[in-house]
Design a protein around this ligand. Sequence first.
Ligand SMILES: O=C(O)CCC(=O)C(=O)O
Ligand SMILES: [Fe+2]
Length: 208
Amino acid sequence: MIGMQGSLLDLADECTPGPLDGLTRTALAHGAWVDHLPGWLRGSDALFDRLVESVPWHAERRRMYDVEVAVPRLTKHYGTGEPLPDPILVELRDRLSQHYLPELGEPLTSAGLCLYRDGADSVAWHGDTVGRGSTQDTVVAIVSVGAARTLTLRPRGGGPTAHRFSLGHGDLVVMGGSCQRTWEHAIPKTAQAVGPRISIQLRPRGVR
Ligand SMILES: O=C(O)CCC(=O)C(=O)O
Ligand SMILES: [Fe+2]
């Protein structure tokens, strides 16, 4: 079991999303944008505790060149139509779906969950380009629970980090427009002693 000490930030028992009108948008180059709303979800520590226990986490392996390598984090993907492990995830998905529908033109339907157990867990620079994200504008919304980790962004193809968001304890970040194909994002490893974080990614059908 991976435990987390309740943070001083978010001890409310009831897990509830707040209003979305505090979202602030940063326009990036090449038609990409990022929306950010710190502390969107109240009571997020309780959700972390439930998900860490109830989700059948598994170690991800990924083919890289000709070898299979372990990806340093645990994951579970819920595709379109698959039941989600907690009712609050349905609420988060539907609230975000409704909010972005006028812009996106379709609902958010899948949920990808990732558990970063400590600072050695990470995800390398990438765009979510499996599927339509490689050719079409789309939206990937991320709700973070547990300890905060840094999400970094840089233009596709390299260069220094251009934007950083500290994400944990109910924070919301949404990547939109061309972001998945013209920018890359990562969760870098950290040598600091950090607690575990769960990332909940909500995407439309056919984007991953
Ligand atoms: O941990 C995060 O919030 C980002 C995860 C991510 O980029 C992905 O799984 O595609
Ligand atoms: Fe990603």
